[in-house]
Design a protein around this ligand. Structure first.
Ligand SMILES: Nc1ncnc2c1ncn2[C@@H]1O[C@H](COP(=O)(O)OP(=O)(O)OP(=O)(O)O)[C@@H](O)[C@H]1O
Length: 579
């Protein structure tokens, strides 16, 4: 496998800017909602600026005239009325944008997962792909949703508040900015013990949980070795430690909460003190001091949040690199076009193929099948039968030679169109959650109820309650019933080429008889390749193609091959001996 196509975990993650750029590009169709969010944030900022200016003028006017009933008051009240809908819309649109992006990202990820090239998929761990598509994607979306709904508007409003505040008094504004880090540092120092106690509590709680897990997970062993009392002592000690740390944390919280409240107001008190000094030397009016204090809250919000924004973005960046790696996996080729079937059904001409980093599995394979012919592919285990079928379905691309289907090279077909002409039934059918009816209907989404019922009848499923839930992967059905659902689905699809990969190999004799009858009906009038292990069942097939080491060893009817006394004869005899 080419190293470039592997999902890795140790590559340098893309920068935050690259992540944002790609996120915005993927979600470009939602830009009008993003722009509206920004516009409403700007409106909120403008309204807040007008409000503080009015307050500024009101306080100063009151000092000069002794009245607060004037034009400023009216504008202030009007702005207040405008602030509520504007802030609501800004947040609503931010959340909506995040939600729309989440949907687009999930749709894109699912679409990519359904198109990943089979060869690439072989080299990946499914759990890893699913975790990228689920938890990593969820983490990015949660971070960015929160950013667009809360933090971006906060930053815009903070910037506007900063500009207005500078215009009122640059000295007081810069002073208020300078004390923010000092206060933040003080807060961190004061709350440090709280963090320590919380951590100790978490550790002790985790320990008690793991002891409880040990007891329940290894219940029989714990009983057999009388470990119950020992585990209980350890559990009690961990619970005591958790209780002590919890108590310490609560005591610290009680002591710290008045301190926290003081810390919240401390910046305002200090700014106010410096403001009074500036007013005393006529650098600012008392209305101005009031306005700067109010604005400092809006300036402080994004600054206070800065470190958590950075942490969130750091995590999201790591997750984004994992999701983008998934998005960048090679997909199935899309260079083919829709073709009309014509010519011979199937031609394999000197085909070569090897799985990545493995010796060749198909070695100059050549055979052809005419329309309507039924052939069986047989051969020893590992001789390449399933691989030949996968090449025909364009799940893998051959390394050499030609494969043509209904008169056109496999590569010339668009994969979707090619697979429209093929029905496949494998060894163990994967069914989707839902009913038998739902699973059969998947064979042809345009089929009428009568056609679905006819397929169910023909696959000998009519004795079953076809509308009942069959559970995850159809686990509430027997193996034979699952195979018959797959046959009904293939029947409804009504494709001209039928590929059957050992469809009865996992069944007992009774189930096999029903499935074989259903298969006989399905094969009627359709070109069929059946991979079969039980050679005794192949007497009525048109032709048997026997493979060895990835090429044809012999081909003919059962009688002809038995007369040859070659590979087929030996396989047949070895099966007879096993019975
Ligand atoms: N996805 C894969 N990646 C790597 N090697 C594979 C893969 N699938 C099959 N092979 C190898 O290719 C060879 C041919 O496998 P294939 O399944 O085509 O044989 P088969 O004739 O159908 O065997 P069986 O009768 O046992 O099902 C085997 O050696 C197998 O280990």
């Amino acid at each position: 496998m080419n190293v470039d196509t592997m999902l890795s975990t140790n590559e340098v993650p893309p920068s935050t800017i690259q992540v944002m750029k790609r996120y915005l590009a993927v979600n470009a169709k939602h830009n009008p909602v993003l722009v509206s969010t920004i516009l409403f944030s700007l409106l909120t900022s403008a309204v807040l600026s007008v409000m503080t200016q009015c307050l500024h003028a009101m306080i100063d006017d009151y000092g000069a005239t002794g009245t607060i009933v004037n034009m400023q008051t009216a504008i202030l009240l009007l702005s207040l009325a405008l602030l509520i809908p504007s802030q609501y819309l800004q947040q609503f649109l931010g959340i909506k944008y995040g939600g729309l992006c989440d949907r687009t990202m999930r749709d894109k990820t699912f679409a990519i997962m359904s198109q990943i090239d089979m060869q690439t998929l072989d080299s990946q761990r499914m759990g890893d792909i699913l975790s990228r598509a689920n938890s990593d994607l969820g983490q990015i979306n949660a971070t960015l949703q929160n950013y667009y709904a809360v933090r971006l508007p906060q930053q815009i409003i903070g910037l506007a508040a900063f500009i207005v505040s500078l215009l009122i008094s640059w000295q007081l504004t810069l002073f208020s900015l300078a004390i923010v880090p000092v206060i933040a540092l003080l807060q961190m120092k004061i709350s440090a013990p709280l963090t320590r106690f919380a951590l100790q509590w978490q550790q002790a709680a985790g320990e008690s949980l793991s002891i409880a897990n040990n007891l329940m997970g290894g219940y029989e062993i714990a009983k057999a070795y009388n470990l119950g009392s020992n585990l209980r002592h350890r559990y009690d000690a961990a619970v005591d430690r958790a209780a002590d740390s919890g108590m310490n944390a609560n005591r610290a919280t009680l002591l710290l909460s008045p301190l926290g409240r003081i810390m919240f107001f401390l910046p305002q008190i200090i700014i106010c003190g410096f403001g009074v000094y500036l007013a005393s030397i006529h650098h600012i009016t008392s209305g101005g001091v009031m306005s700067v204090i109010i604005l400092s809250v809006f300036i402080g919000n994004p600054i206070g949040d800065f470190s958590s924004v950075l942490t969130d973005f750091k995590t999201a960046r790591g997750c984004a690199s994992r999701v983008f790696e998934l998005w960048d996996l090679p997909l199935e080729p899309t260079d083919g076009t829709e073709r009309k079937p014509g010519g011979d059904a199937i031609i394999f001409d000197n085909v070569e193929f090897s799985y990545p980093d493995k010796p060749a599995v198909i070695n100059g394979l050549s055979f052809s099948i005419s329309r309507g012919e039924h052939i069986a592919l047989v051969g020893g285990s590992g001789s390449g039968k399933s691989t030949a079928i996968k090449l025909l379905m364009a799940l893998y691309r051959k390394n050499g030679g030609e494969i043509s289907l209904f008169g056109n090279a496999v590569e010339a077909w668009s994969t979707d169109a090619l697979r429209e002409y093929i029905s496949y039934v494998g060894q163990d059918t994967y069914l989707f959650a839902g009913s038998i009816w739902d699973n059969v209907a998947m064979g042809n989404r345009g089929a009428s109820d009568e056609n679905i019922q006819a397929a169910i009848d023909a696959a000998l499923l009519n004795e079953m309650d076809v509308k009942r839930e069959i559970g995850e992967r159809g686990l509430r059905l027997s193996g034979g019933q699952r195979q018959r659902v797959a046959i009904a689905r293939a029947m409804l699809k009504d494709a001209p080429l039928l590929l059957l990969d050992e469809p009865t190999s996992a069944l007992d004799t009774q189930a096999e008889a029903l499935v074989t009858e259903a298969l006989r009906r399905l094969m009627q009038g359709r070109t069929t390749i059946i991979i079969a292990h039980r050679l005794s069942a192949l007497r009525n097939i048109d032709r048997i193609v026997c493979m060895q080491d990835g090429r044809i060893a012999e081909s003919g009817t059962h009688e002809q091959l038995m007369m040859l006394q070659g590979v087929y004869y030996r396989l047949y005899k070895s099966q007879e001996a096993d019975l």
